[in-house]
Design a protein around this ligand. Structure first.
Ligand code: NAP
Ligand code: SF4
Length: 670
């Protein structure tokens, strides 16, 4: 039996024969804003087509100028734009793939002047106020969608996906939350869904019977005054009736206060909402969000949740996801860890997106792979994130690599991150372990080579990635038994008591707070949905109900010296959810403190000029790190030229993103 038989079952749709059920979901990359955007997008998508995805859906392209996500975004509103898109479709077809253009009108989410909406209600995540479209303008917008689809067809796309989820213009029409109109486009359900129904009807009429039309339906709005499940199903049936071929599904508007794709969301958490749609319609349905392994994808198909699986970020992490799964090499997949750090967080900072575990994503033309011209002998010391990325990338290019790790296992700080609930770095460690074995790296565990040995080894390159050591603040009582370090807590070497003070509110202080505040009833899909107030019955508008309190057995206070709001260094798209989760669990924060001492009573601080004692069982140190550079200094003293990377090079603001990027780029240069 071949692996994943459901995932690799073909599917015939109109004139298309999809070779499997894996669809690369739509992702905004901002590559279209780059001067060589068409070439970079072509290379990005073609690599994923070669990697075995049956169908690719592009990032959103607006049907008109008013629907642009941002001023430099792409609109396909004129035949002059066809050559740009031809570059992309030709590349994907040459790679044996199929590709659909996603048509996305941003509506009130548009970060442009002159934005429009169903009504003139501003979005809580956009400071600009939209203007309500007039009736003729709504008609013109419907026409713009159909025209865009026709232009996409001319540009060689196999179909389109009409973006009707996530809070963009179409959902702004379908939900009472944002649609206060009294004309034929507002009021009753029939009137509110008229906009998407007309879009699909006219798109089908304009593009003919063979063109694929995917409709991305909001399976759950997760906002007040969103749709009920009954309304969503009625919308789906109406859209199916006018010619859609597939329902893709979306979960939550961008302004929703429920995390939908971050690491704190359990895998496949939203299957229940997608299943409701599949049971109500007869066309294929696609499931999406937090599906990052072939096993999870296969399970959703076996369980009858959906007919196709949409993988977006997992395709950034590994372009060959599908081929590896089909070949029985799922253990070689570089798994998306749902961190959002280099994809979504970059986009919100107006940067081109990429991937923490795969820095080549969206840089396919800038960071080409392939065998090196000459095989070199390379020694890497330190098998943390930076050293691992460097060693594996170098070995894959044909270099002879020896990798030294002082501990008995690879991973360094990744081992600690993997202990944080939801953080999927165990998958990253599995990926590196498998690639070390398969690429013939000479891995030496519990190995601390001396500077003399490395100098005598006559390597072409010596890479020092010896990492970091926790910073220990100088404080009276720092040696008190109550004081423990974050690495001792996360590694399980020490267990914190019921009352805990955490010194340091950086990324690791928050990680430790999450680790220590996991509710007594664990972290199941049901627990997650209940804690965030998600209605599984489908009766409430928007799918929201009051959240269920979490039972946490510890009292935790997180401290920092800066007077600023704690958590500023957390990721833009995950930080708010981490903070909300900790607040719900009763974790408190104190900023602007001065530390006095630790003694048998607990942690003594000064807050607002007054002394205070936090009577805690343990004080956990999360006060940052210092670089470990002894070996580097010794090699430098011997006159050996070495490369210094990762935390050993710069401990401040070190994270896996910078470490993996640095290690990979260095190895691509060897
Ligand atoms: P960090 O972000 O630099 O935070 C260090 C914390 O320790 C700060 O809150 C700092 O606040 C405090 N501190 C610094 N020196 C101190 C001293 N001498 N005494 C007492 N407190 C001191 O470092 P980190 O938390 O170790 O994280 C390391 C890196 O990993 C960071 O880049 C972080 O962003 C990244 N990371 C990210 C995530 C994520 O979720 N994206 C998770 C984990 C780690 P005050 O100086 O104000 O007291
Ligand atoms: Fe996944 Fe993180 Fe990569 Fe984004 S940056 S694709 S969330 S691993």
């Amino acid at each position: 039996m071949p692996p994943y038989p459901h995932l690799f079952a073909p599917l015939a749709l109109r004139s298309l024969a999809l070779k499997n059920r894996i669809v690369m979901g739509s992702m905004h990359t901002r590559l279209e804003c780059e001067p060589d955007g068409a070439e970079r997008l072509a290379a990005f998508y073609a690599e994923r087509a070669r990697g075995g995805a049956a169908l690719i859906v592009t990032g959103g392209v607006s049907p008109d100028r008013a629907g642009l996500l941002e001023p430099d975004a792409d609109a396909l509103d004129d035949a002059a734009r066809i050559p740009f898109h031809r570059t992309i479709t030709d590349a994907v077809h040459a790679a044996g793939g199929r590709i659909c253009l996603q048509i996305l009108h941003a509506g009130r989410y548009a970060k442009i002047d002159g934005l429009v909406g169903a009504s003139d209600i501003p979005a809580p995540i956009n400071r600009r106020k939209p203007r309500a479209l007039s009736d003729p303008e709504v008609e013109a917008t419907v026409e713009a969608f159909a025209r865009c689809a026709a232009l996409a067809q001319e540009a060689g796309y196999d179909g389109v996906e009409i973006m009707g989820s996530e809070g963009y213009l179409i959902t702004q029409f379908t939900c009472p939350r944002t649609n206060k109109r009294s004309d034929r486009w507002g009021g009753s359900l029939e009137n509110r869904i008229r906009f998407p129904v007309e879009i699909v009807r006219r798109t089908r009429a304009r593009t003919g019977p063979d063109f694929l039309i995917i409709y991305r339906l909001s399976a759950l709005d997760l906002v007040e005054d969103g749709m009920t499940a009954q309304e969503t199903v009625a919308q789906a049936r109406a859209i199916e009736a006018v010619g859609a071929d597939i329902f893709d599904t979306g979960i939550g508007w961008h302004e929703a206060r429920v995390p939908t794709i971050g690491y704190m969301v359990p895998r496949a958490a939203w299957a229940f909402a997608v299943k409701r749609i599949r049971e109500a319609v007869s066309i294929p349905v696609m499931v999406t969000n937090r599906i990052n392994t072939p096993d999870a994808a296969e399970r959703l198909l076996v369980d009858g949740i959906a007919d196709l699986v949409s993988l977006a970020r997992p395709m950034l992490a590994d372009s060959a996801f599908a081929n590896k799964a089909r070949a029985g090499r799922a253990d070689e997949i570089n798994t998306c860890v749902a961190c959002n750090q280099a994809c979504l967080d970059y986009l919100f900072r107006d940067k081109v997106g990429t991937c923490l575990v795969n820095p080549r994503a969206c840089y396919e033309t800038k960071l080409p792979t392939g065998p090196a011209a000459h095989s070199k002998r390379i020694a890497v010391v330190g098998a943390g994130a930076a050293g691992l990325a460097c060693a594996v990338t170098a070995a894959e290019r044909g270099h002879a690599v020896s990798l030294h790790e002082a501990h008995s296992a690879i991973g360094g700080q990744l081992n600690l991150a993997a202990a944080v609930p939801g953080k999927e770095f165990a998958e990253t460690l599995r990926y590196f372990n498998v690639h070390i074995a398969k690429s013939g790296i000479d891995l030496r565990l519990a190995s601390r080579p001396s500077a003399q040995e490395l100098a005598a080894g006559r390597f072409d390159h010596v890479v020092i990635a010896t990492g970091v050591t926790p910073r220990i603040p100088s404080l009276p009582g720092i040696d008190h038994p109550k004081v423990i370090r974050y690495d001792e807590v996360l590694s399980g070497r020490k267990t914190a008591g019921k009352r805990v003070a955490i010194i340091g509110a950086g990324g690791i202080g928050f990680d430790v707070a999450e680790f220590l505040s996991v509710p007594a009833d664990g972290r199941s899909v049901e627990q997650f949905l209940d804690a965030w107030g998600v209605d599984r019955t489908g009766t409430s508008a928007g799918g929201l109900v009051p959240s269920r309190p979490e039972h946490v057995e510890r009292e935790i206070v997180v401290l920092q010296r800066k007077p600023t709001t704690p958590g500023r260094t957390l990721g833009m798209t995950t930080g708010w959810a981490i903070k909300a989760q900790l607040a719900r669990r009763g974790v408190t924060f104190l900023a602007g403190v001065a530390y006095e001492c630790v003694d048998d009573r607990g942690l003594h601080i000064i807050l607002d000029g007054a002394p205070r004692v936090l009577e805690v069982d343990n004080v956990v140190l999360c006060a940052g790190q210092k670089p470990v550079r002894t070996l580097y200094d010794e090699l430098a003293a011997l006159g050996v030229r070495v490369h210094l990377i990762g935390g050993a090079e710069r401990a401040e603001e070190l994270d896996a993103l910078r470490a993996i990027d640095q290690g990979t780029r260095l190895a691509l240069g060897f």
